[in-house]
Design a protein around this ligand. Sequence first.
Ligand SMILES: Nc1nc2c(ncn2[C@@H]2O[C@H](COP(=O)(O)OP(=O)(O)OP(=O)(O)O)[C@@H](O)[C@H]2O)c(=O)[nH]1
Ligand SMILES: [Mg+2]
Length: 369
Amino acid sequence: MKVKRYEGRDIKEITSKIKLDLGPEATILFVKEFNQRRFLKKREKRLEVIAGVNEDKPDTGKLELIHWELKELKDTVTQLRLKQDNYSQPFKDDGLYPVLREFKKKLCDCDVDEELAINILKDFQERFTEKDLQNASLLESFLIKHISRYIEVSGPIVAEQCKVVAFIGPTGVGKTTTIAKLAAYFSLMERKKVFLITIDTYRIAAVDQLKTYAEIIGIPLEVVFTPQELLVCINRNKDKDLILIDTAGSNPFNSLRMEDLKKFLGQSPNIETHLLISFTTKSKELLEIFKCYNILKVHKIIFTKLDEAMMFGNILNLSVRINRPVSYITTGQNVPDDIELADSQKLAQLIVKGKETVIKDKGELEKII
Ligand SMILES: Nc1nc2c(ncn2[C@@H]2O[C@H](COP(=O)(O)OP(=O)(O)OP(=O)(O)O)[C@@H](O)[C@H]2O)c(=O)[nH]1
Ligand SMILES: [Mg+2]
């Protein structure tokens, strides 16, 4: 440390001297007042000040090291605290056991709404203790079973006593192809009397498309142009086991087209409507599409294009909100093979474990229908 003595009339004068001399870091170590005698003059009051400054420069390298060590220590303490919170307080944050939080992430990653995922997992958690859930593979199969309860399925179309089913949905979702698959199955495999009606007269090609399938399968098809004709046609075919009605794909937000469709399908209370929606549609859109089509009274849902989708949480999001059963799912373009009866366990498995696991079981699934 560098130390120096200063003298002056007042402290202000001395401190400015010290600052100039030793710099702003200097500190005052000692102050004393004394009288100074001057020749032929009066005694004068003066101040003696001793000030010093530390000349050792700080070692920045050393300081940095200490800084990092402190930071590391702080991080370790935070991590330890978090770990302890996870294990000792299972009901913190979202209220889920840590092991179920991993599943929450999994469900959210495949597009299940976070709030729904938490509610489903909380409901699941209430049935078990944390210890019960330690076995990972058992936990997964319990969870699949639990989730399957949230997806209602309807079972197959019962093709007897002139069952009438109309297929509705947005453009290109797979209505005509699905009708061809079901017509082939019921006619060729179940030996049922199947009749096809199309009210899709907006496009000439649409009639030709269904006509081609009808000819290959060997079943009759009629094209109807008005709601009254539809009723007459249904009544004329009362002897059939199953009548499948193809409709024109329409923009669900076009209310005029919806009203048009309503006039046709409102002709008979016995028409069961299956709304087709693609697995590739986002959850929010699905709900909006459903609401638009529900002015026609949607009875069941068919999910199409499983093969094109990557995430399947949307089926769970929709199922819990609309309270309508899923009847079939379609898995590709091949007629008649790529259609399966909806199975809630398989759909839950699809959500939790992804497409690969279900595709592996495809042989077994195909036999369902
Ligand atoms: N990848 C895939 N494609 C499908 C599936 N179902 C139908 N398609 C294809 O989707 C396209 C449209 O199918 P359509 O049956 O004509 O659809 P649509 O709903 O009748 O169409 P519009 O009558 O125009 O509203 C065709 O190329 C079908 O082969 C499916 O499950 N997976
Ligand atoms: Mg069509």
